[in-house]
Design a protein around this ligand. Sequence first.
Ligand SMILES: C[S@@+](CC[C@H](N)C(=O)[O-])C[C@H]1O[C@@H](n2cnc3c(N)ncnc32)[C@H](O)[C@@H]1O
Length: 203
Amino acid sequence: MQSPPDFSVVREQWNERYRAGEHTKTDPDPLLLHLYEEFIAPLFPEPGRGLDLAGGAGRHAIWMAKQGWHMTLADLSDEATTVARQNAQAAGVELQTVSEPSIDTLVRASASSAAQYDLIMVFQYLDRSLFPAMRAAIRSGGLVLYKTHTIDHLEIGDGKGPKAPEHLLERQELLRVFAGARVLYYNETVVRRGTQCLLAQIP
Ligand SMILES: C[S@@+](CC[C@H](N)C(=O)[O-])C[C@H]1O[C@@H](n2cnc3c(N)ncnc32)[C@H](O)[C@@H]1O
């Protein structure tokens, strides 16, 4: 039998980065604001339950909470969730946080329909083994919003960001992974940085 992965080394690496003051910006990706106005708000006039997976210091979860969403931020790093809670308090919003590997959060969420989310979002993080569990943790009619770097970033990027293929999406990959979902928005960038973004509704 395969032993479960040991996340302690990765957690400590990320904790170090947060202690050094890295990855703590609070401005959300402007694309979230656009997608919220064009798709998320019209589809969810009543704000729902959202999960920001690998949510870091909370720039996206806090922005969603300001729109009235009930947000949970999950991140392996307890330094990140501490900063996220401080940022939420400063912004005057409620934010639930969990410090654990993403897979644990997703397995719990997919265990019952009551625990599923209306929206799961992931920015700047990739672990392909999570895709099936992500889908199972979104309720029917709910949304997946995913944006991260692609393999093209190695050629056109500014040298910052992930370099290992396991952390970089293939071209069109999110369309294949979430095949069968209703694609509301899809985009790949090819200048300045290589990214891919999908917003799709789970049937
Ligand atoms: C580049 S940061 C992105 C943070 C945030 N999504 C944003 O866009 O500001 C990647 C995050 O993934 C988290 N992380 C790494 N491995 C993880 C895992 N197995 N489970 C949950 N979070 C993880 C790190 O702690 C870090 O906060």
